[in-house]
Design a protein around this ligand. Structure first.
Ligand SMILES: O=C[C@H](O)COP(=O)(O)O
Length: 241
C-alpha cells in the first residue's frame, strides 16, 4: 500500500516565536491521529533548529524548502544536504512553482537538486503543475510529462514523493476538482517506473475539502500552504477521514 503523506509548506511565513506558539497548539491534536499517515512540516531555514528540538520524539517529520546540489561552496543564499540532515531534516520540497517562477529554477536545476537530496539521505518532494494559461491551451498533460521526463533523469524512484500543484489553484481558493486532480495524478503515475511513489495534491487544500481529496484513489496526500499555518486548520487536514 502506498504511503499517505500530509505536508505543510510554510513558505516564507513564521518567526521562531510564531513557530513555538504553533507547536503549543498543534502537537496535542495528534494524539488520536491514525498511524497510517506521515506528517511533515516544511519550514523556513530559521525555524528548522527550534523544530528539530521541539519535534524530537513526536511523529511530525521535519522538511526544508530547498537544497543545493553541491556539498559546500561559494553559493551565497543556498543550503546543502549535509547542513539539513545534520539537524534532523528528512524531507525537502524541490521545484515548487514559486521557485520556478521567481528564482529561475529550471527542470535541469530541479534534477540536480533531486539527485543531491537523495545523495544526502533526504526524501525529495518534487512539485509539478501547469499555469492557467497552459491549462487553457490544453498543455497540462504535455507540460507535466516534460517536467517529469527532465526532472527525473537518474533519480531513484524508491525515495521520492511527487506533488501535483496546478499553479492556478495555489493560494487562490480555487481548488482543482478532486476528480480532475485524481485524473492528472493518474497520468503522473503512468509516467513512473515505480507505481508506489506517493503522489500528493496541492493547491487550496482546506479543512472543508481534504476528505474529498483524500477519498480519490490516486491521491496519496496533500501539500498544504496557507491552511498549514493555523494549528486548528492543519490539525483538521492531518486528521482527514
Ligand atoms: O506548497 C503548497 C502549495 O503552494 C499550496 O498552497 P496553498 O495551499 O496556499 O494553495
Amino acid at each position: 500500500m502506498r504511503k499517505k503523506v500530509i505536508a505543510g509548506n510554510w513558505k516564507m511565513y513564521k518567526t521562531q516565536a510564531e513557530t513555538s506558539e504553533f507547536l503549543l497548539n498543534f502537537l496535542h491534536t495528534l494524539e488520536e491521529t491514525p498511524e497510517d499517515r506521515e506528517i511533515v512540516l516544511c519550514v523556513p531555514f530559521t525555524d528548522l533548529g527550534i523544530l528539530s528540538k521541539s519535534l524530537h520524539g513526536s511523529r511530525v517529520q521535519l522538511g526544508a524548502q530547498n537544497v543545493h546540489w553541491e556539498e559546500q561552496g561559494a553559493y551565497t543564499g543556498e543550503i546543502s544536504g549535509p547542513m539539513l540532515t545534520e539537524i534532523g531534516v528528512r524531507y525537502v520540497v524541490i521545484g515548487h512553482s514559486e521557485r520556478r517562477q521567481y528564482f529561475n529554477e529550471t527542470d535541469e536545476t530541479v534534477n540536480l537538486r533531486l539527485k543531491a537530496a537523495q545523495r544526502y539521505g533526504l526524501t525529495p518532494i518534487l512539485c509539478v503543475g501547469e499555469s492557467k494559461q497552459q491549462r487553457d491551451a490544453l498543455e497540462t498533460e504535455s507540460l507535466i510529462i516534460s517536467q517529469l521526463a527532465k526532472g527525473l533523469v537518474d533519480v531513484d524512484q524508491n525515495n521520492l514523493i511527487i506533488a501535483y500543484e496546478p499553479i492556478w489553484a495555489i493560494g487562490t481558493g480555487d481548488t482543482c476538482e478532486s476528480i480532475e486532480a485524481n485524473r492528472v495524478i493518474g497520468l503522473i503515475r503512468s509516467q513512473l517506473s515505480n507505481p508506489d511513489v506517493p503522489i500528493q495534491y496541492g493547491g487550496s487544500v482546506k479543512p472543508n475539502n481534504i476528505d474529498e481529496i483524500m477519498a480519490q484513489p490516486e491521491i496519496d496526500g496533500a501539500l498544504v500552504g496557507g491552511a498549514s499555518l493555523e494549528p486548528g486548520s492543519f490539525a483538521r487536514i492531518v486528521n482527514y477521514q
